[in-house]
Each structure stands twice: as structure tokens, then as C-alpha cells.
Design a protein around this ligand. Sequence first.
Ligand SMILES: O=C(O)CCC(=O)C(=O)O
Length: 275
Amino acid sequence: MTYLSSNQLKQYDDEGFVSPINIFSKEKAKEIRNEIELIEKEMPSELEKSGRYNAHLISPLLDEVTHNSKILDAVQSLISENILVCGTTLFIKNPNEKDFVSYHQDAKYIGLEPHNWVTAWVAITDSNENNGCMRMWSGSHKDNLKDHQQMFNEGNLLTRGQTVNNVPKEKTIPLILKAGQMSLHHPKVVHGSDLNKSNDRRIGFVIQSYIGSNVKQVLGKNSVQIARGKDDFNFHEKIPRTKSLMNKNDIKLKKQENDYLQKIFYNGSSKKGSY
Ligand SMILES: O=C(O)CCC(=O)C(=O)O
């Protein structure tokens, strides 16, 4: 059992995140990295652009992470025992590229209401200040949703380059993780990440997000898997877990889910400006 301690719950309430939490060994993380890199080798465009969503549908090891009981114990401490998973994202930053993530609030664009959900960022490689780990604006989850600018800027890993301006960098805290550790963050905490200045990849596997069964998708449609407990509300279609690597039917299902997600993330908007 790895339910959150009272100190961890206090950190989440006060700061909008809890980190680090040990989940699996670095050897297991390496095995998962190898599986991701095998998919990249066998199917070069499968995990690129919108393909980075829902890789757990075609990778048994990422499926195992998504349904990992240690992660679910921690998540249960925050959103109670009926837990659905409505998507995952691979956030990969290669060395010598311009990838970064602008400061944003997930709740601004993900369409999940009410905010009975949490995002788990699982480190498949070490993640630190040199390779562009996430940085959190501590306490910012206590404010309302903020105006975001859609920047569509080069290197920004967010679909529309959604950006909260004037974030006080000195109040942001780097979430330094070893491979096999994770952080959990609140839907409204402002966060982002800088460039990878190292000479290796930084790989984060993000369960985005674990939602309570009472949570609806108000901007479109996404399907779910039951991760723990039961679904009394039935707001979402259920999809199966994968049983084998790069299975043809699973690849089709991933494409369908990613098309749904693209609609939500773009939300009809392809113009620069504030929203
Ligand atoms: O991986 C990153 O650098 C950012 C990830 C992120 O924004 C998120 O998990 O919500």
C-alpha cells in the first residue's frame, strides 16, 4: 500500500503537487524505455506529433504503468476509490532540440469537469534541471483559471502553445525525479518545462489523467479504462487494455482516441490570441 502520507497530502494542498514518489526500479524504467524505443524503431511515425497520446494502448509495459497499483494507491488518496484513466501522453525531449513546455494550467484546455482528477508524471529517464524537468508554480492551483495566450510557437510541445504570461520564475519549483519515480499534480497548478540541455533524451510518461467516475468530458469525447473500483456514472465509453505489443487492432483504437483528443486540444481554435 502506498497511500499518500499526511505530509504528502499537505504538500498537495499547499503547493498543488506531490513529488517525488517511488514507483519502480531504474532497471524497470530501462525496460520501458527499450519498449518505447522499439516502437519508434519499428513504426517511426507512430509516437510522433499526436501519436504521442495513448501509447499505453499499444505498449504492454506502458499499460502496466498506467494500471500500477502503487500509482493508483497514491491517486486514490486524492480522488477517491473509483478511478478511470482517460488518456496518456509521452513527453519526450531529445537532446539538442528546441522542445519546451510553456507555463499553463491543464484544467484550462482538457475539458474535464469537475476537477476531481489528477495527473501522474512518471519518469522513464531521470528528469532534472539540466534536461528540462517540469517546474511548478507552487500554490498557483488556489487561484482561478488564468488567461492563456495561444502562441503556436516553435518547439512548444503543447498543441496550441497555451501560455500563462508573467509567471514568477523564482516561485517555480523543479520536480527532480529519478527514473522510476513520479510526481502528481493538480489540474489548476501552473507548470511548464525548459529545454533539454543534456546529451540524452528526457522521457516522461504522463497519465493525463486519472479521473473520478463523476468527471465528464465537456469539450468533446474521450473513452476510458477502469483503473480501480467501479463506474457508477457511465459518462464515457470503455475501451479494452492491450494484450500484446503493436497489435493492429490496438493501433486502430489508439488512432481513434487520438483523433478525439486532437479535437479537444484544438477545440476549434487555430488562431493566435488570448482565451
Ligand atoms: O513533460 C513536460 O515537460 C510537461 C508535462 C506537462 O505539462 C504535464 O504533464 O501536464
